[in-house]
Ligand binder design. Structure first.
Ligand code: HEC
Length: 327
């Protein structure tokens, strides 16, 4: 049933409502993902566990690269523009690990938890249709027959659909062609046949570092091909992973880890410039940054128990037994 909804409040009011909800829940958020969490959801479970990814990586190197590019972009808020990017929303926000998100709730965008109106003017200046029409977020790792958009390459339906999502719905800039193709190839490579046995898995620091590493590998290949915007998008995707690590290593005792994360991020920021300019030392810089992730990962994994990846610590923060932020 279509009806006019909270969006009629307008953009600023919806944001205020979001801020108000966060305050009512006990102050500003500790982790960004709380912003799109349904109030009644199990917060600690949501922030420490996620559905498993059902990804069949192709054996062919070119096909695999395209899936890797899409996988990184899928997790990168900068792919999306405007309000979504500012809030840190990426494809994976709604499609967690390529799946669904039963606890998703964003004021002005969601009806019941797990739904979103992807024609909502909150995220878009183009497509807002003034009709509040939230739909359940589909599981992209579910049976293809249950999905609406034909993923067959010959149908050529998936790329235009994703292009519309990025540029119209989320107000993103025109994605580099390799990124658009990658997103479609990533979605195609999701399949129930590739689902691990468990339904859920813990969210781990090491996996986020691995994601950043994979994105930088893709950046190197794209830079070597002369695809500067594509390489830039992959560096941004790696930086987005570092952000998610940084916010969890909040304990004052973990200051050295945070400092290393920030140094790496600064190096990647400089490498964006190099990649965009096609500077000859870009590959060396990306290789060094990627190599630096290995010792960084070891340190982060060693200290994970003191970080907010640990469910016990996160619970203590929410219950006020530990400070929300380092002083
Ligand atoms: C705010 C939440 C949200 C975000 C962010 C989001 N989606 Fe979705 N997505 C949805 C919802 C809800 C639908 C179902 C829409 C419908 O049925 O009309 C959907 C549908 C889809 C479909 C079609 C599934 C089918 O039935 O065939 C694909 C593919 C998809 N999204 C991919 C993406 C990609 C790629 C991104 C990032 C560029 C993205 N989504 C970002 C919520 C989201």
């Amino acid at each position: 049933m279509d009806r006019r909804g909270p969006r009629a409040l307008g953009f600023a009011a919806a944001l205020l409502a979001a801020a108000g909800a966060a305050l009512a829940a006990g102050g500003p958020v500790v982790l960004r993902a709380e912003r799109w969490l349904a109030p009644d959801a199990d917060k600690v479970a949501f922030l420490t566990r996620q559905p498993v990814e059902c990804l069949a990586l192709p054996a062919d190197p070119q096909a695999r690269l395209s899936v890797e590019i899409g996988r990184a972009a899928f997790r990168s808020p900068t792919l999306l523009g405007g309000q979504a990017a500012r809030s840190g929303v990426a494809c994976e926000t709604c499609h967690r690990n390529g799946r669904t998100n039963r606890d998703f709730h964003f004021p002005g965008v969601s009806g019941p938890p797990g739904t979103a109106d992807v024609t909502s003017s909150l995220f878009s200046t183009h497509r807002g249709d003034d009709i509040f029409n939230p739909k359940p977020i589909p599981d992209l790792g579910g049976p293809k027959a249950g999905l609406r958009i034909d993923q067959d390459r010959k149908a050529a339906a998936l790329e235009p659909f994703i292009h519309g999502l990025v540029t119209q719905e989320f107000d993103g800039a025109e994605p580099p062609p390799a990124v658009l193709k990658g997103l479609a190839d990533y979605v195609r490579a999701l399949s129930p046949a590739a689902c691990p046995r468990a339904a859920e898995a813990p969210i781990r620091a090491g996996d986020l570092v691995d994601d950043a590493h994979r994105a930088l590998d893709a950046a190197r290949t794209l830079a070597a091909r002369g695809d500067r915007p594509g390489a830039d998008a992959m560096i941004q995707a790696a930086r987005a992973r570092l952000f998610l690590l940084d916010e969890r290593y909040a304990d004052p005792a973990l200051a050295p880890d945070r400092a290393r994360l920030r140094e790496t991020d600064q190096a990647l920021l400089a490498l964006r410039e190099a990649a965009r300019a096609g500077a000859p030392d870009t590959d060396r810089g990306l290789a060094d940054a990627a190599a630096g992730l290995t010792p960084l990962k070891a340190a982060l994994v060693r200290h994970e128990g003191r970080s907010l990846f640990d469910a016990g610590r996160l619970t203590a923060v929410f219950e006020g037994r530990l400070p929300r932020r380092p002083s």
